[in-house]
Design a binder for this molecule. Sequence first.
Ligand code: AZA
Length: 298
Amino acid sequence: MTSITTARYGKENVRVCKVERDKRTGVHTVTEMTVTVLLEGAIESSYTKADNSVIIATDSIKNTVYIKTKENPVTPPERYAAVLGSHFIETYSHITTAKVDIISDHWTRMEVSGQSHPHAFVRKGAERRLVQTEVGTGKIVVRSGLYDLALLKSTGSQFNGFIRDEYTVLPDVWDRILSTKVHCLWTWELFASLGAVHAAAPKFDEALTNAREITMKVFAEEESASVQNTMYKMCTQLLHAIPDVQVVEYKLPNMHYHPIDLSWFHGMQNLDQHAEVYLPQSSPNGLIELKVSRANIL
Ligand code: AZA
């Protein structure tokens, strides 16, 4: 006897770019997204009985993304994801949950001769915006986040006092390079309807700005005892700054930079307090994760 625990399916990596043109000013807005839609509901028979009558073809799901992108504003992505997810719930009675994830690329308006250009854009860094929604009947879960925000500080970071046993070679350090690629996700209080998501739309961009600023301020200003402690401070500050957010999660790779021993060259000093030349390690890296809920804030 077997039973299906989870079944969901859909289209991943649907790439789409929308250009919105303000005819009056001539200013264009470009939004490039990678969308994933996964559907759940009364679809078990397609797996167990080869019953394709319950399947919305993944090609149709992809086409729906294109059509909904044409029909609706795509910013903020939280609202667009909720609109897209709601379409599947409302159109197909046997679909009970639509998970819509969106990764948005960061096209920044170009500054040319000191002026914002109306239709030329530049991509600065690898940072992307992230949205994960789960649309069900009477409840919409929205998670927002930022992804691959690369940060580095050249002092103001220590790591010492950790467990020292026969496996340990890492020395205590009181001053090191700290570098990471921030993955941060915050979960909003549950939305009861699509209307509630529409009403909250202005808060989404504001929260992203807040999250970036808090992350960078804590990273830059704090005398870090460890990635663990620094990220806890980021989580608690974010929860204090955005009252409608219930949970904050960070995933921080610790990208190591080791001072290079140059003593083989005429006794050249480049270790400890003499360190200036470092070897960036591409792998392995530390990986530190934390999820803090509002009830747990001290
Ligand atoms: N946390 C840090 O901040 N740095 C480290 C760790 C850790 O757990 N392990 N090695 N280096």
